[in-house]
Design a protein around this ligand. Structure first.
Ligand code: HEC
Length: 165
């Protein structure tokens, strides 16, 4: 298809298509990385003591609007991201802890019909600076879902919108 295009635009278009395809890793269940997760709205930060990880949970517009409205179940199209860094002391002010090296980013994607076996949520995790997709095959989602089961009555979500005045 690229070859029949005018020479001038051929390289531009073909180059763009292949670059965007390789920049987005895909989890074994077919969910690809959402590249704009850092520009979504903040749901809340969190800190995991045993791992020493600082996290931020962000959500796309659909997810955050639903959470703000107090909806019990998030609608299809909602996506939440959890971004984790190693917690490190600020070198100039050591009692302040801040994000150090990047650990991973995880996603929960709502599609009630497609992911009906895991509470309507599709799961994906991309690890390290290489953003390596986690899991040997699609069965990895069972691990995610299993740990989110205790919050089944909150649509399988642990995090709530951080309260502000
Ligand atoms: C051992 C338990 C456990 C496992 C396994 C687990 N999670 Fe979570 N997850 C949590 C907890 C607890 C939170 C709350 C925030 C935190 O811990 O920083 C959370 C939060 C999240 C959030 C933010 C929305 C929310 O529920 O608060 C996403 C997205 C997420 N997890 C994705 C995943 C994915 C993808 C996997 C599997 C690859 C996974 N989780 C596996 C315990 C788990």
């Amino acid at each position: 298809m690229c070859k029949v295009m005018l020479i001038g635009v051929t390289f531009l278009l073909c180059g763009f298509v292949s670059a965007s395809a390789t920049e987005r890793p895909v989890a074994p269940n077919g969910i690809s990385l959402y590249p704009d997760y850092m520009s979504w709205k903040v749901v809340a930060p969190s800190y995991r003591e045993d791992k020493g990880h600082i996290r931020i949970i962000t959500g796309n517009d659909t997810a955050v609007a639903a959470l703000r409205s107090g909806a019990k179940h998030l609608p299809d199209g909602s996506v939440l991201a959890k971004i984790a860094w190693k917690a490190e002391k600020n070198q100039k002010f050591p009692v302040a802890t801040e994000p150090g090296s990047f650990v991973q980013v995880e996603f929960m994607v709502k599609d009630a019909a497609k992911y009906k076996n895991t509470g309507g949520w599709g799961f994906a995790r991309f690890v390290g600076n290489e953003l390596k997709p986690y899991g040997k095959d699609a069965a990895f989602s069972g691990e995610c879902f299993g740990c989110h089961l205790p919050v089944a009555d909150n649509d399988y979500l642990f995090t709530r919108i951080g309260k502000t005045p």
